[in-house]
Design a protein around this ligand. Structure first.
Ligand code: FES
Length: 164
């Protein structure tokens, strides 16, 4: 790692630590800050490495097992490395009825994406969701924090091509 990259990584880590401390200070009990601080930790690393979970557990005065248990329960928390962009495609009933399965096939054929996998170029990870609250606009997905609904085979490609 070059010196400038090391300095950037240290600045990012310090910024995350500051955010975690100020988040903890905003809650009546330390452990109540678990979910928001998990999101801060994920923002720093892109996912939740074991070492980061252990450090967070120490800050929150919780066991690593407790923090890991919460981290593995929530689908928006990544417990393994992910690509630059995370696609969360809903395949539950409303989205399935409106073509989510064919979108899944398209992602596999065009990008080599399997559920839980990463595309070869490292651009996309694919996570299957059980409803993202957009049933009236099915089929729907999130890419990172962006919502995309009423997807078609054409629109999903156009949308994904806008992500580096
Ligand atoms: S079933 Fe897909 S958003 Fe609800």
């Amino acid at each position: 790692m070059r010196q400038t990259e090391q300095m950037e990584a240290m600045a990012t880590e310090e910024s995350a630590n500051t955010d975690i401390r100020s988040t903890i200070a905003g809650y009546p009990s330390i452990s109540s800050a678990l979910l928001p601080t998990l999101h801060i930790t994920q923002r720093e690393h892109g996912w939740l490495p074991s070492r980061a979970i252990e450090e967070l557990a120490e800050s929150l005065e919780l066991t690593s097992a407790h923090v890991k248990g919460v981290a593995t329960f929530h689908s928006m928390l990544n417990n393994k490395p992910v690509a630059r962009n995370v696609i969360q495609l809903c395949t539950n009933i409303a989205c399935m009825l409106f073509g989510a399965e064919s979108l899944l096939d398209l992602l596999k054929n065009r990008y080599g994406l399997e559920p839980g996998g990463i595309s070869e170029d490292g651009r996309f990870s694919l996570v299957i969701m059980e409803c993202i609250g957009l049933c009236d606009q099915a089929p729907a997905m999130l890419v990172n924090r962006d919502v995309h609904a009423r997807l078609t085979a054409q629109s999903i490609v156009e949308i994904l091509e806008s992500y580096d």
